[in-house]
Design a protein around this ligand. Sequence first.
Ligand SMILES: [Fe+2]
Ligand SMILES: [Fe+2]
Length: 465
Amino acid sequence: MNLYDRIPNNVNLSEDKKLQRALEKWLPNYLDWWREMGPEGFQEKDVWLRTAIDVGSEGWAHFDYVKMPDYRWGIFLEPAQPDAKVGFGDNYGRTAYQEVPGEFRNSLRRIIVTQGDTEPASVEQQRQLGKTCPSLYDLRNLFQVNVEEGRHLWAMVYLLHGYFGRDGRDEADDLLARRSGNVDKPRILEAFNQPCDDWLNFFAFTMFTDRDGKYQLSALAESGFEPLARTCRFMLTEEAHHMFVGDTGLGRVTRRTAQLMKEGDVRELGGIPLEIIQKYINFWFSYSLDLFGGEISSNSADFFAAGLKGRYKEQEQYAEHTAANEIFNMTVVEDGQLKSREVPLRNALNEVLRTEYVKDCEKGLARWNKVLADEGRSERLYLPHPRFHRHVGEYAGHSFDIEGNLISKEDFERRKAEWLPTIEDREYVRSLMHPVYEVGKIANWIAPPAAGIKGKPFDFEYVRL
Ligand SMILES: [Fe+2]
Ligand SMILES: [Fe+2]
């Protein structure tokens, strides 16, 4: 573990002078990007953050006050498995790839760049949120997510620099050049170009979009390209906190709304009506489903065949790892109707991963509905049908209602204000967003958390302003 190097790492960077020099050249560009596009207005403040210092399950993180530009972004891979094997696909059982196999070079680079691009994108999307935080606890959690997305970018840039030569270095530079929501140089995936400018958006984003990250990283943690698998395994450790922030964040908003419903009109009382929470769920869930890619995909088949991207818990959950002759029944749109079509399983792996993701999201919904029940309410939140409001894959270009029934485009346009946040909804939510910077205080539209971070109380000074 080289913790006190300019770039903390557990990959013996100092023994690879060429790579070290390349990354040390990239470092100031990264810091320039962070200053320009990272959280606005808080760069000089002390924030009580966790920093990854090890990869062991015990004590992998250190908590202390740090100014964000001084955060120790490092490169940490889970330890190599002796005689690791390719765990699935056509090369199942062969020795895992320690270098990039020539024939898979373009596919792998594309996978790594696409993953890498999401990391800085979300920091850009969230950069204004500090100015309207509901509490210091939430402010700290926002910044924790932000610095770790920065570290995830480092994780991918390490692979690009270390394994892809000149192309990799160019791609690493481009990761700092694209901008979320920019018309000329947007981020690669659409969910990462959507504005995330209020805290309800933030909680829905970390619940649903970071959770897509969990599933992508889990599929890559199975990869036969070992450096990628090892880096993704460690990223998953950090990702868990991001989803916790979203899951508990929406749970706390729901609790407060339920409490206000008992007192009177939620709007008059300055809360967020349940219908608006539901619409934000519909919006971010549907955009996050798109991130899994097309339902029927030759890329998914190629990535699996090559041993690059596996299924969720490929080793644990499956007995057969080639998925070569299996069939998947997919619902498709044909002649204006929903029909069932048989597709080779390998071509349906995006859908298989998406299904795992939906199951996981359902658990979040169950937790929020338990909050509603605990507060004595009979209303329930739900997930829209996965066909609803899709922009990628089989269902893009068709219109569906919230239950997944095929409807006309006109019907959709007429009813979409029932299902998706309107400009008025967004303006209303924004009108509630006033910063609460006092230690131990919290905004009116959200309930306090059940506990603080790492044994600290809620009224701990998580950020020194
Ligand atoms: Fe990430
Ligand atoms: Fe994340």
